[in-house]
Write a protein that binds this ligand. Sequence first.
Ligand code: UDP
Ligand code: MG
Length: 311
Amino acid sequence: MPLLSIVLPAYNEEQNIANTTTVLSALMEEQGIDYELVFISDGSIDRTYEEIEKAANGNVHVRGARFSRNFGKEAAIFAGMQLSTGDAVVVMDCDLQHPPQVIPQMWEKWQKGAEIVEGIKADRGKESLGYKLSAGLFYKVMSKLIKIDMNASSDFKLLDRKVVDVLLQLPERNTFFRALTFWAGFRTETVEYKVQERQFGVSKWSFWSLMKYAITNATSFSTLPLQMVTVMGTVSILGSVILFIQTLVRYFMGTSVEGFTTVILLILIIGGFIMLSLGVIGHYIARIYEEVKGRPKYIISQTTGKGRDYD
Ligand code: UDP
Ligand code: MG
């Protein structure tokens, strides 16, 4: 009988673990799907990991791991996939904002041969101004670039073991799970779902963390910002050619302008362009630096639950 692994990243979700375990195991049993739940406590500072241990003691299908510190949701997803043993793996939030009722539909499509089943947001729920300015804006740009609606897609998806193995073999540290499955290809189907309200607790994203997430992902998935530097350079060269000619003509006509204002403005504009470009390049160098160091994506300090291997 095929096994379904459900990977659940959890950061300060002590109130959600028990409830999510109950809801998911009831659903899996009702559907007759053999399953395991893999919780990853992403450096939570509350009792999330203790709650996972408790759930694992009460249910053989539950396993968990604890990170030594907060490494971020991407890292937690990858750790969960690494620990999972299922023939298919579903990744979902542990606050039940990704409705569990969709899992059987994903499972069915997988059984019919789909290798990736993408969860697509039917309606996006409430989006704050902060979101629209950071992640929302970034997704718009990304969507244009890779021709997939990033705003509607999410981390909620089912992956065949084959796909999971491909993703786990990627050497890069700055991953962007949401887009990587599109990059990987494979036979992909979609399932629509409605984003639910959070069960307990609060969202872990602040304006700044969303902003950081957007910038990191933009640069890990696209070199467009670097090409923008070239575009800016070209624009200023064109501008300078025009000014060059105009200045020379005026000089020979004896009507050259008093220089101060023009010079100050030009220095400011060019200085701005140069610093902005250096910043963009610096950001990529930082990314390269991080990748080159070759540190692991995450550190696991503790695991719980037996998993199927020991049955
Ligand atoms: N999460 C995580 N590490 C983090 C932040 C969030 O593992 O650093 C998890 C969190 O526990 C949840 C999921 O990622 O299961 C989505 O986070 P959240 O619900 O806070 O985001 P939102 O639904 O508001 O986008
Ligand atoms: Mg959530």
